[in-house]
Design a protein around this ligand. Structure first.
Ligand code: PMP
Length: 350
């Protein structure tokens, strides 16, 4: 602490990301990374972009926005890119979510949202999940300026249908609805096709999960032009280069390699289903996940104890010390071998 700190810094308790172990040989199922490498085309593209690092990047990231637009079926002007979806979210909070009335989001969701609210001085209210840990859209009818949903939700993995999002948008034409789709590619329905009909929808996605590029830091938002313009105003006042040259080249190559994307995604979905079944057989209740992780609690063993015991045996999973979810473990879907290792270790523990 120091007398030079601004008042807001005193009240901040920053988001604590999952551990990145220094040693090799750890089975790392704690931060929802993709267990497979990025497309080989990404590596080639980054190597050739590295030859031009002397130059500043394109301040409009035009090639990347065009590639995302072509993939998503929207115009490049409807795409905003940033350094990971965390940065896109940060700009969204500043540009679009700060109003007189509170922002609404679920009480169990991505724990970065309350951090941004404190950082930017945004009032918020948390809407409880229902008894089955699902988002109940009827709970969002209370007075507010905007609604922020994570779909599939993190850390539960449970997804809302596109139809449910469409109904929420139609019910709330005067409120912005932001949908964080960091995990949408693993089986859930994206809200992107609704953007054309709804000027109150902003969808945020990332290259970190389904494209295996967490280390490159590329995320993006899709919405109608006025929403994108607001994000650009904030971005230009902050750092007029949205992403660097290597990120542009790598992300373009990733989104253009559909075969790689489809194959790695199919493997992750297949492993998720096996993992859920195996955990069930060990006495876990596993929430129905459409993400690249599962959220599960054991009938008789505490989540904290299991996470510690797994850690001592070289398997990292995520445990949150938060009311309502402290019995649960969030387990990233790894390779087949990593999932088997987790199940073997758990079998020894339970
Ligand atoms: N949204 C959610 C729900 C997440 O879990 C994460 C990853 N921690 C992010 C956004 C941010 O991901 P990234 O910045 O790597 O795009």
């Amino acid at each position: 602490m120091s007398r030079f700190w601004s008042p807001v810094v005193h009240t901040l308790s920053p988001y604590v990301p999952g551990e990145q172990p220094k040693q090799d040989g750890v089975v790392k199922l704690n931060t929802n990374e993709n267990p497979y490498p990025p497309s080989p085309r990404v590596l080639t593209a980054i190597a050739s972009a590295a030859e031009r690092l002397r130059l500043y990047p394109d301040p409009h990231a035009t090639r990347l926005r065009e590639a995302i637009a072509a993939y998503s079926g929207v115009a490049p002007e409807q795409v905003f890119v940033g350094n990971g979806s965390d940065e896109v979210l940060a700009h969204t909070f500043q540009a679009l979510l700060k109003h007189d009335k509170p922002l609404l989001f679920p009480d169990v969701t991505y724990s970065f949202y309350p951090v941004y609210c404190r950082l930017y001085g945004i009032a918020h209210e948390e809407v409880p999940l229902d008894a089955a840990m699902r988002i109940e859209t009827a709970g969002y009818r209370r007075p507010s300026s905007a609604i922020l949903l994570c779909n599939p939700n993190a850390p539960t993995g449970i997804a809302l249908s596109r139809e449910a999002i469409a109904a929420l948008l139609a019910e709330n034409p005067d409120r912005l609805v932001v949908v964080d789709e960091a995990y949408v590619d693993f089986g859930a329905e994206s809200a992107v096709p609704l953007v054309a009909r709804h000027d109150n929808l902003l969808v945020i996605q990332t290259f970190s999960k389904s494209r295996s590029l967490a280390g490159l830091r590329v995320g993006f938002a899709i919405g109608q032009r006025p929403l994108i313009e607001a994000l650009e105003r904030v971005k230009d006042s902050f750092n007029s280069y949205p992403v660097d040259c290597l990120a542009i080249a790598g992300a373009v190559a990733a989104i253009e390699d559909d075969a790689w994307f489809l194959e790695t995604r199919a493997r992750i979905i297949a492993s998720r289903d096996v993992l859920a079944r195996d955990l069930g057989q060990l006495g876990f209740e596993v929430l129905p996940s459409l993400a690249n992780f599962v959220f599960a609690r054991h009938r008789s063993r505490s989540g904290a104890d299991l996470a510690t015991a797994l850690r001592q045996r070289g398997v990292l999973v995520r445990h949150f010390k938060k009311p309502r979810i402290e019995d649960f473990l969030r387990i990233t879907v790894g390779t087949e071998a990593e999932c088997s290792r987790l199940i073997d270790v758990l079998r020894g523990l339970i």
